[in-house]
Write a protein that binds this ligand. Sequence first.
Ligand code: FAD
Length: 435
Amino acid sequence: MPEKKSVVIHWFRRDLRLADNAALFHALSQHEQVLPLFIFDSNILDALENKKDARVSFIHRVLQKMHAELLQQGSGILIRYGTPEDVFTALLQEFSVAAVYTNRDYEPYAIERDAAIGDLLRTRQIPLHTFKDHVILEPHEVLKADGTPYTVYTPYSKAWKNVYSEDDTKPFHSEKWTARFLKYTAEKFPTLNDIGFKPTDIPLPDVFVDEHIIKQYHLTRDIPSIAGTTRISVHLRFGTLSIRKYMRIALQWNEKYANELIWREFYQMILWHFPHVVGNAFRRAYDQIRWRNNEKEFALWCAGKTGFPLVDAGIRELLATGYMHNRVRMVVAGFLTKDLLIDWRWGEAFFAEHLLDFELASNNGGWQWAAGTGVDAAPYFRIFNPAEQAKKFDPEGKYIRKWIPEFDTLDYPQPMLDHSFARKRCLETYAAIKQ
Ligand code: FAD
C-alpha cells in the first residue's frame, strides 16, 4: 500500500474565494500541504426539484474558475459528491488528515452538519478549526446588557456599531499563501451532469460589484428601474466576495449602505437565537392568522399575472434573472400576505426556490417583516398600496414595462381584486388574533 499523503483540509462552503478568506488564511499560513475541498452535498442537492437550479450552476462555475487558477500552480480543488459524513469517511481512508479548517455557517442544517463532522473527526483525534468569515460580528457578539439577544433592529445596529472595531474588517491575505496548497494530480473536474444537474437558463452574474453605486446608494436604492443597488447579495451568500472588504468601504463611504449590511447580520443573529422562525411566526400569536390560501390566486401571483403591475414585474424579474429589487420584494411579499391573505411560508418557499441570493435568514426575516409576524415587523395595519408604490418608485413605468412587455395592450390582465376591499379584509383578519 502506498503511504497515505499527510494533508490539512480546507473545506469550502459559503466562502468560495481564494482571497481574504479567514479559515483558508489560517490553514495556509500554519501548514504546508493544504488540500482544498468542496462537497456537492447530496442532502441539499436531492431536495432541489429544478435540475436547472441557477445556484448549482453558479457554484459550479465559480469552483471551475478557482480550480483553473490552482491548476496553474500544480494543485486543484478536490470536488466530491455525497453526504458530508460519507465524503469525510472516505477521505480519512485516502489521506492522513492532520486537521480540517472551515468557516462557520449559522443556519440550522449547517450547525447540525458541522457538529456531526466535528464528532466524526474527534473519534480520530483530528481537530476541526472553525472561523468567523461570513459576518463581521457573530450572533453572540452583539447582545443586550443582560446578555439576551436584540429583537429590534435600531438598538441592535447601534450596539453593533459600538462593538465593531476596525480589526473586525482587516483582510486575511489567504491569496498570498496559495503556493502552500498540496501539489497533486487533480481528478477530472465533474460536469454539472455528473452531479445530476443541467446548466441554468438564467444569465449568471459575474463576481463583481460596482463600488460607485455605494457612494450614491442613499439616493438610488429605491428605484428599481436603475442600477441603484450593488447586487452583492449573491456574492455574500456564496462568499465569492468578502464581507470584510465591503463593510469597511460601507462604513467609510455611506452609512445607509452599512446599515443594510447590518440588517443582514441582524437576521443571521435572529435565526441563530430563535430557530423557531423557520416554519413558525417569530411572534407566536401570529400563527393564528386565518390565511385564505387560495391556490388559484397563488398561481396568478407566481406567474406574475395579478394585474398589479409592480407585483407582476417583480415576479417576472425573479423568474427571468433569479433576482428581485428590494423595494419590489417588499411590495410583492406584502401583496401576497396582506392583499391575498396567503401564508407567508408559501411566498418564502417560492422565493427560496427562485432567488439566486437565497439566504434562509434574510428571506425568512423579509417575509415575516412583510407579513407583520416577525421581529421589528411592519405593524400589520401598514399595508402597501401596490399602485401607490408604483407611482412613487417607478413613476414613468420603466421597470414595469421592462418586465411586462404586454403592459400597454389588452393582453395584460385587469387587477385580480380591489385593493381597498382587500385592505379591509386583511385588517379584520389580523384584528381577530388573540395576543
Ligand atoms: P443592496 O441594496 O445593494 O444592499 C446590500 C446588501 O445589504 C444586500 O446584498 C444584503 O446583503 C444586505 N441587505 C439589504 N437589505 C436587506 C434586508 N432587508 N435584509 C437583509 N439584508 C439586506 N436578501 C438576501 O440576501 N437573500 C434573500 O433570500 C432575501 N430575501 C428577501 C425576501 C423578502 C420578502 C425581502 C423583503 C427581502 C429579502 N432580502 C433577501 C433582502 C434584500 O431584498 C436583498 O438583500 C437585496 O435586494 C439584494 O440586492 P442588493 O445586493 O443589490 O442589495
